[in-house]
Design a protein around this ligand. Structure first.
Ligand SMILES: Cc1cc2nc3c(=O)[nH]c(=O)nc-3n(C[C@H](O)[C@H](O)[C@H](O)COP(=O)(O)OP(=O)(O)OC[C@H]3O[C@@H](n4cnc5c(N)ncnc54)[C@H](O)[C@@H]3O)c2cc1C
Ligand code: SF4
Ligand code: SF4
Ligand code: SF4
Length: 343
């Protein structure tokens, strides 16, 4: 049996499937379903695969790296050192800044590797270990489905000393807890902004065919913005529905999540608050500043994105907290331990 605290996280269906526990476990006792779509609280197969009394060493590490147990900050912006817009020459989801940072750092030999997510034309995803600048090209673009990025750190932890992580807020949080508690090989955490994500089956079998009324292999880009969920198709057409039509299908843990801007990242990157084709960027730590300084000369920078700029990011962060904090605190009440909560 794995650590009882993470079993409670799973039982209450608030496990984000970030994979932190799996990569931190010294016994290899936790295995996560690749597509992380299992959500039935009565079905613990997802976590118990490989986790048996024989292999679990009872070290309690997994409970120390779980973002759900660690909880959330009320003020997401307290650790922000600077906020600005940026844009690269890479064609990415928005301004391509995420890919640009990773590519430049790999090119300059400042980091050894980073894990990213690629997809095929059916929007089936794959976790990729990037060690060369050209590997980054395979991972550009947002996939609004979820994969356990941190579980894929097991191999890099064995082979490399300077590891970068890119992921949504729960993954940035798990990565921070790993680096503080277990393994100091993570040198840079690039966190994306994130309102919600979806199970693969939900996206491919419900949202795209039934709500968007499209064939998934015709879709070349997905995006959330201006109150709508957008699908861009091969024939150059744009299709959209109101976000309210798809948001209820988000994964259950996302309805309990109170981090919009990746508080635990060194550098946070999103799109909101900046013009189309640009990224909003938050520098949050000295490490974030150090690594951003190594690449900033090759980026276009917008020092003060025009209003609503940062105010819009803050408004959406507040909306996420208002929607989800009650759900999260209700679950905290049910846990048998009291570390969790909003501080
Ligand atoms: C689920 C999800 C929800 C998001 N919601 C918002 C939002 O509400 N507001 C906002 O401003 N921004 C949001 N973003 C961030 C936004 O979509 C872009 O990722 C961000 O602006 C960076 O753009 P870019 O051009 O620099 O990315 P690119 O240079 O194209 O790089 C994309 C990077 O994202 C990684 N990636 C792609 N999909 C995933 C995934 N599912 N999980 C983890 N890593 C992934 C890739 O590996 C790659 O490294 C969301 C991202 C995700 C994954
Ligand atoms: S208690 Fe230790 S050995 Fe057991 S599952 Fe958790 S991290 Fe692995
Ligand atoms: S660490 Fe991540 S994968 Fe493990 S139980 Fe917590 S949320 Fe789930
Ligand atoms: S909403 Fe929260 S739990 Fe869901 S994918 Fe985004 S950061 Fe993770």
């Amino acid at each position: 049996m794995v650590h009882p605290k993470i079993l409670e996280v799973i039982e209450h269906d608030v496990c984000t499937a970030c994979g932190a526990c799996a990569s931190a476990c010294p016994a290899g006792a936790i295995v996560i379903n690749k597509r992380a779509e299992v959500r039935d609280p009565d079905n613990l197969e997802l976590y118990e695969k490989g986790a048996t009394l024989n292999v679990c060493e009872g070290c309690f590490t997994c409970g120390r790296v779980c973002p759900v147990i660690d909880g959330y900050y009320d003020d997401e912006f307290a650790n922000v050192k600077s906020f600005f817009g940026a844009k690269s020459t890479i064609v990415g989801q928005d301004g391509g800044v995420t890919s640009h940072i990773l590519k430049e750092l790999l090119r300059k030999g400042e980091i050894d590797c980073v894990v990213g997510i690629s997809r095929n034309n059916l929007w089936e995803t794959e976790l990729i270990l990037m060690t060369k600048p050209e590997d980054v090209d395979k991972t550009t673009g947002t996939k609004y489905t979820y994969d356990s990025v941190l579980e894929a750190l097991k191999e890099p932890f064995e082979k490399y000393d300077r590891i970068a992580v890119v992921g949504v807020p729960c993954q940035a949080h798990g990565a921070r807890l790993i680096s503080e508690n277990v393994n100091d090989k993570i040198v840079l955490i690039v966190g994306l902004l994130c309102m919600e994500s979806f199970y693969h089956e939900t996206m491919r079998e419900k949202i795209v065919p039934e709500i968007m009324k499209l064939n998934v292999d015709d879709v070349v880009k997905m995006d959330f913005g201006k109150g709508k969920f957008w699908n861009y198709t091969k024939d150059g057409q744009e299709h959209s529905v109101k976000i309210a039509e798809v948001a209820p299908y988000a994964r259950n843990p996302c309805h309990h999540c109170c981090d919009y801007t990746s508080v635990f990242a060194d550098i946070s990157v999103g799109s909101v608050g900046t013009p189309d084709g640009w990224n909003c960027v938050f520098i949050r730590t000295d490490a974030g500043q150090k690594y951003f300084d190594k690449v900033k000369d090759t980026l276009e920078i917008m020092e003060n994105p025009a209003p609503p700029g940062l105010d819009l990011v803050k408004k959406l962060a507040k909306m996420k907290h208002d929607n989800n904090s009650g759900h999260y605190l209700e679950v905290c009440e049910k846990f048998s331990f009291d570390e969790c909560g909003i501080r």
